[in-house]
Design a protein around this ligand. Structure first.
Ligand code: CAO
Length: 521
């Protein structure tokens, strides 16, 4: 007996010369049976090779990029015992939790901590359903937490052994699963680990902490999933730096430390499961310093928050932007006149407070623009709180003018100035930026003609405005006059609003700005 135990690549079916893509252990690590040692990735599947036994790693024989086949030594353990042990591969699933005849797995409640006799509150599957590894099977609810028990491996549900209201504890049988001839199932042996695998145990996560669907869709190995569960890291929010965007252990750790890049809208998966069957490429990692001097500056807190919101809104909401123009010649004259009259009051009117009033009048005419989606339900709001984008040294903020319908133009102007000032000084409170029903983003003081504003969820539309410019209008094709023209860019959520309604909204808004007497109607 040499004191070294060779851990070899087990039977991995027809796969040969499969590249090692990740190594989870290093010399000195203590590993338990079923802990993942390495991950292999063929062109068809990602496989983890879990340890067949407990031990201390003496040396790792392979390195990332090495190509291995059945029988290749991957790791050596210290200590007496058997001379060698074949690992069992896990194909994109945690180790088997079963002790059952070949082809049928009994899935049991995993280690759920100190919880005992926990009621089953929901059963997500029925006999005949096909499930993938990690699909939720049942939900349990203790007085402290709701937990989902996911499928430890893929299969077809044969028989459900619990019903809603049953009380279960660790080890209780939940259901039986016909697992087919997958490598996982084929490797189930009497020497298998206990009925509940550590990976499955870790997967019984507190529901609500994550978006379980995006967690399930994320491209990561079972070991990385396990780690993410342990660290309460939402895999759906993590951008993978591995091949094809695969989320690695380091990505999860960086995410927990707050330094990770946010996830792409849809985690890239091998085999063309990205948009339109084309894999989404991982974000390019470039050593910019190779091309010239650089300076690194971490994004500020506000920028990080607004970036996450903007990214979600852009990705989730099917945006369309409709452009139009408003004749504001008369309004501008009126504004200049009012500013003269208000000179002593200290209130200065820009175009924006007039636009807020015009927006309220238009929203009242087109209530679906003053609504929010709640699942399949549209929530119409009978209040008109108008947000306005404010450019601040810390980044974009959207203060909200509440009850804009009840306020005069000068009152709105005053409140707007005060809120913009607070935002620029970083003193604005969260509740001064909440409850908006529609937003206006004005770049009119700066320039530009048209742009595509991003909807401020859960609102369903936003009006973007650029700088007014003089343009010749010819109402009849014969005579023409120069008019001050305001470019409008309305972005709208196509799940809620149709193009015709958006065009009507713009026309009405423009007409109100052209002649503010219309707000009386
Ligand atoms: N056309 C022509 N002139 C305009 C105009 C328009 N559409 N909008 C504003 N102006 C004029 C104002 O009347 C003012 O002129 P006077 O000083 O002669 O009266 C000048 O431009 C400056 O206006 P302002 O920008 O200071 O004031 P505002 O009320 O229009 O805007 C605020 C206030 C807080 C919205 C603005 O300061 C701001 O932050 N804008 C940027 C918003 C932004 O970043 N949007 C993009 C979001 S997406 O990243």
């Amino acid at each position: 007996m040499s004191g070294l135990i060779d851990i070899k690549v087990p039977d991995i079916g027809d796969f040969k010369d499969v590249p090692v893509i990740e190594i989870f252990v290093k010399p000195g690590d203590k590993v338990k049976a079923e802990d993942a040692l390495v991950a292999l990735e063929s062109d068809k599947a990602t496989m983890e090779v879990p340890s067949p036994r407990e031990g201390v790693v003496k040396s790792v024989v392979v390195k990332v990029g090495d190509k291995v086949s059945e029988g290749a030594v991957i790791v050596q353990f210290e200590g007496a015992g058997a001379e060698q042990a074949d690992a069992r591969p896990v194909v994109s699933a945690p180790p088997s939790p079963v002790s059952a005849p070949a082809g049928v797995a009994e899935v049991r409640v995993p280690d759920i901590g100190d919880f005992k006799d926990v009621p089953v509150i929901e059963i997500f599957v029925k006999p005949g359903d096909s499930v993938k590894a990690e699909d939720p099977l049942i939900a349990l609810e203790s007085d402290k937490a709701t937990m989902e028990v996911p499928a430890p491996l893929a299969g077809v549900v044969r028989q459900i052994k619990v019903k809603t209201g049953d009380k279960v504890s660790e080890g209780s049988i939940i259901l039986s699963l016909a697992t087919g001839a997958s490598p996982v199932q084929a490797d189930v042996s009497p020497a298998s680990p206990p009925a509940v695998s550590p990976a499955t145990a870790a997967a019984a996560a507190v529901v609500g902490a994550f978006d379980e669907k995006s967690f399930a869709l994320a491209y990561a190995s079972p070991a990385v999933r396990k780690l993410a569960r342990e660290l309460s890291a939402d895999l759906g929010k993590i951008r993978g730096s591995g091949n094809h965007g695969r989320i690695l252990r380091e990505d999860v750790e960086a995410f927990i430390k707050g330094g990770a890049e946010p996830a792409k809208p849809q985690a890239a998966a091998p085999g063309g499961s990205g948009v339109g069957g084309i894999d989404l490429l991982p974000w390019p990692k470039v050593d910019f310093a190779k091309f010239g001097p650089v300076e690194r500056k971490e994004l500020g807190r506000i920028k990080k928050i607004s970036a996450a919101n903007l990214h979600r809104n852009w990705v989730v909401i099917p945006h369309v932007t409709t452009h139009d123009e408003a004749d504001i010649t008369d309004l501008e004259q009126f504004r200049v006149q009012m500013n003269k009259e208000l000179e002593k009051s200290g209130v200065k009117l820009s175009l924006l407070p007039f636009m807020v009033k015009a927006a309220v009048a238009t929203l009242q005419k087109f209530p679906e623009f003053n609504a929010s989606l709640d699942g399949d339900t549209l929530v119409y709001k009978n209040y008109w709180h108008i947000g306005f984008a404010a450019d601040t040294p810390n980044g974009l903020m959207v203060p909200v003018i509440r009850d804009a319908d009840k306020k005069s133009v000068p009152e709105i102007a005053k409140e707007m100035n005060a809120l913009a000032q607070l935002a620029r000084e970083g003193k604005i409170k969260p509740d001064q930026m909440q409850g908006g029903t529609f937003s206006i983003s004005s770049l009119g003081g700066i320039g530009g003609i048209y742009f595509t504003p991003i909807i401020n969820a859960p609102e369903v539309a936003i009006m973007g405005v650029c700088k007014g410019f003089w343009k010749q209008h010819s109402p009849d094709g014969k005579t023409a006059s120069w008019r001050l023209t305001l470019p409008l860019s309305l972005s709208w959520d196509h799940r809620v609003i149709d193009g015709a309604a958006a065009a009507r909204f713009n026309v009405y808004f423009a007409n109100v700005l052209a002649d503010l007497r219309r707000v009386l109607f």
